[in-house]
Ligand binder design. Structure first.
Ligand code: ZN
Length: 148
């Protein structure tokens, strides 16, 4: 049952992060509107702000995606199906489950979905994550990592 404990911790962590991100995005949008009404906004600053906000939104989407995966995995454990691949119905490798408790796919099936993983890596470069002090791993990135 250790796996479900890990998943529950993860779920809690993700829910908090998502809430924080939502608040940040709402606040920055409100500030943004104020600045615009003052007519002295630099076009370059504006572009940076928009870029920053889009990055935040992309990260929020990834977090929500991971939360979905965690919930899915928790549900499976509750039904006694923990560790079974959703795609092919085979056993998910133990090593893989240890590293990524929220995974719902075996290594082969995760690899079949690799393009999504590549996209996520582009949206959130690893350096950007550490800049923000966010050391957790996002499912979109970790899920499709090479596990061979
Ligand atoms: Zn599979």
């Amino acid at each position: 049952m250790q796996d479900t404990e890990k998943l529950k911790d993860k779920k809690h962590e993700l829910e908090q992060l998502i809430q924080q991100k939502r608040e940040n995005i709402t606040v920055s949008m409100a500030e943004h509107t104020d600045e615009l009404s003052m007519f002295d906004q630099h076009p370059a600053d504006l572009a940076t702000d928009v870029y920053e906000r889009e990055k935040e939104l992309a990260l929020l989407e990834l977090l929500e995606y991971e939360l979905e995966q965690v919930n899915l995995a928790l549900e499976k454990y509750q039904q006694g199906d923990g560790g079974v691949c959703l795609q092919c119905g085979g056993r998910i490798e133990n090593k893989r489950l240890e590293r990524i408790p929220s995974t719902t796919l075996c290594a082969a099936c995760a690899h079949a979905q690799a393009p999504t993983g590549k996209l996520s890596e582009e949206v959130i470069p690893a350096a950007d994550m550490s800049d923000r002090g966010e050391t957790f791993q996002v499912a979109g990135y970790e899920l499709f990592e090479d596990t061979q």
